[in-house]
Ligand binder design. Structure first.
Ligand code: C2E
Ligand code: CA
Ligand code: CA
Ligand code: CA
Length: 279
């Protein structure tokens, strides 16, 4: 028993060690990466379910490291969150998005909307609404062009607190989406109280949608429930035509996924918007 326990201990230590090294490395390099221009915001279109016209974008951060190549956000966002670096990183993302929205407005003469992901620490930082307002004013944007995405779990962890923060965002005209919806434990009575505009149904319900009647039933139930509560339903991770057809029948409002477009850099998003402009 001792030997077995010892082995487990060794494996655990090795994982801890690897994690600690990665954490240190990311902590050391992240701020430099922002300064070096290696952190970029990509944009993924969100389309209307009927017309398939682009109605907004989701901002998704990318770290393009000169030696290590592409580092996915799932790898560095949790570490940035743990170390507190998410606050300067989040501010950088907010500024980049607002600057881009300002450029698009100047170049194209119409407004585009972008939703920004917030992590738990960002969501509960004091003066969140003020930070957003400052960026909006700096780039002379309309308040309604910035949206935020907070996860269902974040909103439900401390509901009363969340309602306060969400109300402060709503007061300044920021649209709120509840991200990864269906993976947490929302109760209907709480959901009803949350001042959010849109539910983003989690991709895990969509991956097998066309083969899985349970997943179809779940999406159907979410749509039925939210019609009463007047939320918009956005489905993420839509990858094929069969899924589009099923989701249209179920009455979803907006789609996002590789079937329509992958996240793209600002240049490609600009080209896409130019195409729309021409009609
Ligand atoms: P999320 O907010 O749920 O973002 C959706 C993820 O699904 C993105 O992954 C997106 O590229 C991916 N996706 C979109 N459509 C499809 C599809 O059709 N098929 C598949 N397989 N995937 C699709 P990404 O960009 O790797 O981001 C992963 C997570 O990292 C995000 O999940 C979010 O939690 C976090 N994240 C990304 N950018 C930011 C950011 O700027 N700030 C914060 N706080 N978190 C971010
Ligand atoms: Ca999101
Ligand atoms: Ca999501
Ligand atoms: Ca997610």
């Amino acid at each position: 028993a001792k030997l077995k326990g010892g082995n487990i201990h060794v494996i655990f230590d090795k994982q801890m060690h690897d994690y600690a090294l990665r954490l240190l490395w990311i902590e050391e390099e992240l701020l430099d990466a922002i300064d070096a221009g290696d952190i970029q915001v990509y944009y993924q279109p969100i389309v209307d379910a009927k017309s398939h016209k682009i109605i907004s974008f989701e901002a998704l951060v990318r770290w393009i490291h000169p030696e290590k190549g592409f580092i996915p956000p799932d790898e560095f966002i949790p570490i940035a969150e743990e170390t507190g670096l998410i606050l300067p990183l989040g501010e950088f993302i907010l500024q980049s998005v607002c600057q881009q929205l300002c450029r698009w407005n100047n170049e194209m003469g119409f407004d585009t909307k972008v939703g920004i992901n917030l992590s738990a620490r960002q969501f509960s930082q004091p003066h969140l609404a003020e930070l957003i307002i400052n960026a909006i004013e700096k780039y002379q944007l309309k308040n309604s062009v910035i949206g935020v995405e907070v996860t269902e779990t974040m909103a439900m962890t401390n509901v009363d607190n969340a309602i306060g923060i969400l109300n402060s965002l709503r007061e300044i005209g920021v649209q709120v989406s509840l991200d990864d919806f269906g993976t947490g434990y929302s109760s209907l009575s709480y959901l009803k109280k949350l001042p959010v505009h849109t539910l983003k149904i989690d991709r895990s319900f969509i991956t097998e949608l066309e083969h899985n009647l349970d997943d179809q039933a779940i999406v159907k139930a979410i749509v039925a429930m939210t019609q009463q509560l007047e939320f918009n339903i956005l489905v993420e991770g839509v990858e094929n035509k069969e899924q589009v057809e099923i989701l249209q029948k179920l009455g979803c409002d907006y789609f996002q996924g590789y079937y329509f477009a992958k996240p793209m850099n600002a240049y490609d998003a600009t080209q896409l918007l130019r195409g729309i402009d021409k009609g």
